[in-house]
Design a protein around this ligand. Structure first.
Ligand code: EPU
Length: 433
């Protein structure tokens, strides 16, 4: 485990840039495998999940060339293997995304059933598998792997029980080259999904996007390579924005894009956090007391679940009782214990504090009540997952005294140049192992 020592008590101030979205590059690289021609990506983030995805794609035949750190060419003239090993599949949750390209190019995909990644709920892949089964694929579980086979996928009518991001993306890739028309109802419409659709369209796909969460895809026989610039990472941008306000600082986040963050910005304004949208980014700053609010996470265009933990941390500085109801992942408050140890007053409930959600009759503690403001104190903490990890770093920066944060490698999966960036904003960080 990598550990940082953080000497807190200083506000974050300065300027920082965000590059392309983690949840975009990981799918774009996989989508490039649909074609035997080269694709070129720019604004590519240098993060751990990009490296893992590249390794996974290379293991099935992709060849990479990089002009500089943020630009990447990928070319997969041939699929050389349709098997993802358990070791690779266990590193994050992305192996299942390869099923469309592997089925189209080889008729078979062997993908480990057990995935790695953040433990923020059970995170099943039933929507992915049922979707391709409707498109004619056969799915078996053998020796801990999904063995998926198809003699050509065909278009189908698919209704997702919940607008899941990766299953929508997976089925969009599979449908792009299926025979005939696929209709995906109740689909996810997150900006990262639309980024993938834009790239697929450049490759030659025909994908209509209707107002009621429906994608209509007319399959084509062949896709070509394409060039694509990634959308900026709105999770990183919002995390930094929340951090600026929570530490009573002032940070200009270059490349943060207002249109992808409308709900975040409205919520921040309701709390009393300040922001200024400029041509090339957004300035976030603290100026005056913060107020408690009620907040529910949701699918796009709602308040993202990935914004939840840095925002809850911000709410520990607001006057009064705030409520956060997590409705996307049932088990996403595991990090709260450490914040309580640092002096935050947060109570968790299994009831829905807000509208009745899918987890209403479960025993998962998916609602939180936060009483603020609290002065945080330093602590020694172990990072449980990517987003919670970033929140711990900010909590340590807010706290008086020296904290130690273990498990930094979880965070660098999704945040580029983290140490240098936070240092440039004035954080006193020392990597100690
Ligand atoms: N779900 C199912 N069955 C499925 C798929 C999903 O029941 O087959 C459920 C999940 O259990 C969850 C809900 O649907 O309750 C939403 O899950 P979704 O599929 O939308 O999440 P995901 O695709 O696994 C992506 C991002 C997450 C982000 C969520 C929500 C990637 C690689 N991951 O996950 O990002 O939180 O969408 O926006 O795109 C992160 O970046 O830290 C991260 C966790």
């Amino acid at each position: 485990m990598n550990t940082w020592a953080i000497d807190g008590g200083e506000p974050l101030r300065g300027e920082i840039g965000v590059s392309g979205a983690k949840n975009s590059i990981t799918k774009l690289l996989v989508a490039s495998l649909l074609s035997d021609q080269p694709s070129h990506f720019s604004n590519v983030p240098n993060i751990g999940d990009r490296d893992i995805t590249q390794e996974m794609c290379a293991a099935v035949g992709a060849q990479f060339a990089s002009k500089n750190g943020n630009s990447l060419q990928v070319h997969t003239p041939q699929i050389t293997s349709n098997i993802i090993t358990k070791e690779l599949g266990g590193r994050n949750r992305l192996a299942i995304m390869l099923l469309g390209p592997l089925l189209h190019r080889t008729g078979r995909a062997v993908i480990p059933a057990a995935a790695g990644g953040d433990q923020i709920g059970p995170r099943p892949v039933d929507f992915h598998l049922q979707g391709v089964q409707r498109m004619g694929a056969r799915v078996e579980v053998k020796d801990g792997d999904y063995v998926i086979e198809a003699d050509g996928l065909r278009g189908a009518e698919i209704h997702l029980e919940y607008p899941s991001v990766t299953s929508t993306e997976n089925l969009l890739m599979a449908a792009s080259m299926a025979r005939g028309r696929t209709v995906i109802h109740n689909a996810a419409i997150e900006p990262e999904v639309v980024d993938l659709v834009s790239y697929l369209q450049k490759m030659g796909a025909i994908i209509d996007y209707q107002v009621d969460r429906t994608f209509v895809i007319d399959g084509v026989e062949k896709l070509s390579g394409a060039s694509h610039r990634l959308l900026p990472d709105r999770i990183v941008a919002a995390s930094l924005g929340a951090a600026a306000v929570a530490t009573r600082g002032d940070v200009f986040v270059r490349n943060a894009r207002q249109q992808d963050m409308l709900t975040f910005l409205n919520t921040l304004r309701r709390v009393g956090g300040k922001f200024e949208v400029q041509e090339d980014g957004i300035r976030f700053y603290h100026d005056g007391p913060l107020q408690a609010i009620h907040l529910e996470t949701s699918v796009h265009p709602g308040f993202m679940t990935d914004w939840q933990s840095p925002f809850l941390l911000l709410l520990t500085q607001a006057e009064g009782m705030s409520v956060v109801h997590e409705t996307v992942f049932e088990d996403r408050f595991g990090y709260v214990k450490a914040l309580q140890d640092m002096g935050a007053e947060v109570a968790l409930y299994d009831r829905c504090l807000g509208h009745r959600c899918r987890f209403a009759s479960s025993s998962y503690k998916h609602s939180a009540v936060i009483k603020g403001p609290s002065q945080l104190r330093s602590a020694e903490v172990i990072v449980p997952d990517l987003r919670a990890g970033f929140t711990y770093l900010i909590a340590a920066i807010m706290a008086e005294g020296k904290s130690r944060v273990h498990g930094i490698e979880h965070i660098t999966r999704g945040y580029e140049d983290l140490e240098a960036s936070l240092r440039s904003l004035g954080a006193r960080i020392q990597a100690i192992q």
